[in-house]
Design a binder for this molecule. Structure first.
Ligand code: ASP
Ligand code: MG
Length: 356
């Protein structure tokens, strides 16, 4: 059994959805398909919410563009004459419209409301994809992807989620069919409030499911041929990397290669499940495979990536030299504020510690 995840651009247009249909229907069954919101919709949902919270009436026009976007896609790909999908879509959009009106009237956008709003992106897109793939079964990730609050933000409860996923996709349910799952969205394990796994989190949803079910592979279908040796917008001669180890992929992701959401790698890595990055717009390209042992490993450098918008802080002073617990205090202060550190270096004299 494989888990295939399709990102925003792969579900964002009529053509890409038709490619998706062909790719998915060509798989052996069962297969689980995890989808993102239609490309650009999550950004638009947030922008509309902020505009409404500012008391700016333009939010209505933005909301209308969300409606049109979904209606156009449905008109382009669905030949279902019963109009059932359109009805379901409009019910969700009517709910969303009421939430926006509430935000506009109260001029307030709490994190809880924002999480509820962005969840509509994947709830809408997954319905479209489920309808597009005949005989598929739609699941609701809010029922089995569970988070808890830590350092002021939702964090996956891995153990609870794992057991709920195993239960949701028990063999009788899995059968010989295609399953469609909205990525990104989750709920708080105590309150049941809608939460999410962070921007780009659909990859993570797919990885969590693949690991829980011991899938034979996780495929990330996106709009590039795979990981590249460098950002092709900066280095025009960059080319696709055939294979990477989990650790190499993790390093590239955390350092700005936007191919996979960084937390995605861990769940499948511990289960030794390979990740294949494939291009929905060029399905015959081999893509990049990420696994434990990489054969063509003679290249000491696999790729170069970079990140913007990050801070490098150096804490320095001779009074730190030889003082036990200085780093603990620095890291406790960062952890208490929910800040994740991605790079650390300390001078051997102990007179400075630099933190990225
Ligand atoms: N739709 C969400 C986002 O844009 C999740 C995802 O696409 O993976 O961040
Ligand atoms: Mg994405």
């Amino acid at each position: 059994m494989k888990v295939l995840k399709f990102g925003g651009t792969s579900v964002g247009s009529v053509n890409s959805l038709l490619n998706l249909k062909e790719i998915v229907e060509g798989q052996s069954k069962p297969t689980i398909v995890v989808v993102s919101a239609l490309g650009g919709v999550t950004d638009l949902l947030i922008k509309t919410a902020r505009t409404a919270a500012d008391g700016n009436e333009d939010y209505r026009e933005l909301f209308e563009s969300i409606v049109t976007r979904h209606h156009d896609i449905i008109a382009g790909v669905i030949t279902d004459r019963t109009g059932e999908l359109l009805k379901e879509t409009d019910t969700l959009l009517a709910e969303l419209s009421s939430i926006y009106q509430g935000v506009y009237l109260i001029r307030d956008l709490s994190p809880k409301t924002q999480a509820a709003i962005v969840s509509y992106g994947e709830r809408l897109s997954s319905r479209i994809v489920a309808r597009l793939i005949s005989g598929s079964m739609l699941h609701d990730s809010r029922a089995f992807i569970k988070t808890e609050r830590k350092h002021g933000r939702p964090v996956l409860d891995s153990e609870l989620t794992r057991s709920l996923v195993v239960e949701e996709f028990r063999p009788e349910v899995l059968g010989e069919r295609i399953h469609v799952v909205p990525g990104f969205i989750s709920t708080d394990k105590h309150s049941g409030e809608v939460t999410n796994l962070g921007r780009g989190g659909s990859d993570y949803t797919a990885s969590i499911i693949a690991a829980a079910l011991d899938a034979e592979a996780l495929e990330i279908w996106t709009d590039v041929d795979g990981f590249m040796t460098a950002d092709p917008r900066v280095i025009p001669t960059a080319y696709t990397i055939n294979s990477l180890s989990y650790v190499e992929a993790m390093e590239l992701c955390n350092f700005g290669a936007k191919v996979i959401y960084p937390p995605t790698i861990y769940p499948v890595c511990v289960k030794n499940i390979p990740i294949r990055v494939k291009n929905t717009f060029n399905p015959s390209a081999p893509g990049t495979v990420i696994r434990n042992d990489v054969e063509d490993d003679r290249k000491p450098i696999k790729g170069i990536s970079s990140i913007n918008g990050t801070s490098l802080i150096t804490v320095t002073g001779l009074s730190m030299v030889g003082v036990i617990g200085v780093n603990r205090r620095i890291f406790t202060a960062l952890a208490d504020n929910g800040i994740s550190v991605f790079m650390v270096s300390q001078a051997s004299s102990e007179n400075s510690t630099s933190i990225g």
